[in-house]
Design a protein around this ligand. Sequence first.
Ligand code: TRP
Length: 455
Amino acid sequence: MAEQQRVSIHGQWSGRMAFILAATGSAVGLGNIWKFPYITGEHGGGAFVMVYLLCIAAIGIPIMMAEVLLGRRGRQSPINTMATLSAEEGRSPVWKYLGWLGVAAGFLILSYYSVIAGWALSYVFRTASGIFTGADAEAVNKVFTELVSDPERLLAWHTLFMIATMVVVARGVQNGLEKAVRYLMPALFLLLAVLMIYAMSNGHFMEGVEFLFRPDFSKIDANAILIAMGHAFFTLSLGMGAIMVYGSYLPKDTSIAKTSIIIAAADTLVALMAGMVIFPIVFAHGLEPGAGPGLIFKTLPLAFGQMDAGILVGVLFFILLTFAAWSSSISLIEPAVAWLVENRGHTRVYASTVMGFATWAVGLGTVFSFNIASDIKLFDKTFFDLLDYLTANIMLPLGGLFIALFAGWLMAKQSTEDELNSSKRGYNIWRFLVRYITPIAVMMVFLNVIGVIRF
Ligand code: TRP
């Protein structure tokens, strides 16, 4: 079929704004507000943040453009898009396995993402109960520990969140959350701004800002660099076909470069704001920046417990965080569902149910890794830690590497030029980045971790 006539059987975004909202909805999520602060805290702050920002600019944005470009040209699930495009470009059909790698990564990420989103959901009710009003660090810590040590409660929230995700996916991403995201994303942004003003007035703001932005490179090692790079992929939803599948619903005339930059900028801003809210609280209460995955749940409630209208602000915050997680989680499973619909002829409802159930079941491993199975470790990591490390730091960068190689080296220049349709200069910068900078950077970080090279 000629590329000009190819259309997605799953429909199309109503326009550029709809795509920006959906892709931003996918990008902005737990990664920005839950994960970014806690991994930054674990790796000493400033230097880690700088590596992360560098990865967003030099690796994230070019790969995002490549993913959108491939998706829009292929107009199918990532697996079939890769099969179609590799045939069209006269390349080996093995490229479709890149789609499979992505489906596997998305599936595994969602299995634990849903458990963490369940924490956020449960905190809507914890906060509403007034339990945090006037609470000290110890009391707040206890609330968190009690939650994660109770497998039944974690399971209930995980189940609820998973059902909510699959309901939206079953209805089709274009007419589901797209409308809600339009209001909820700006609301989350505003609320973060309010919390930042609170953080500025509590006396330890500059300490937090310094922690975030003053780099001390002695604090990071090869592994920290890998984690910062992995997080750049994770936070922008790259490397597994989520943005590719969203790109496949993108109208032909939209500028890929501009939209990608807008999405990456919004995502980065939200993460940095979250950091500027959390770390001042950490220092004000003498807490540990490296407290791990519970960091936001151990810090934010302290602020909610002390500010005026803290219950209201806190409840709103956790509701919006849950929505942000929700609009991210649907993109993790969309490539798999789109494929089941295309190749197996299943209905969206059936495909979503099957995938949702399987993901939910794998999520049990994460649920138990915080309590009854917290002693079961491989490479010194619990099931959750291992899954997170494997997906974010290995599968996503590997997927991204292959996406960059395919778009930069294996597709005809004419094809990518047509699809990006940007200025000559913009195109040349992009092509240079995906051909050289991105693949070399990813490979160097990998080699650095394995110990083959040192920087
Ligand atoms: N980017 C989301 C976040 O920051 C998570 C996410 C959604 C994701 N879709 C993805 C991560 C695809 C990797 C790949 O919370």
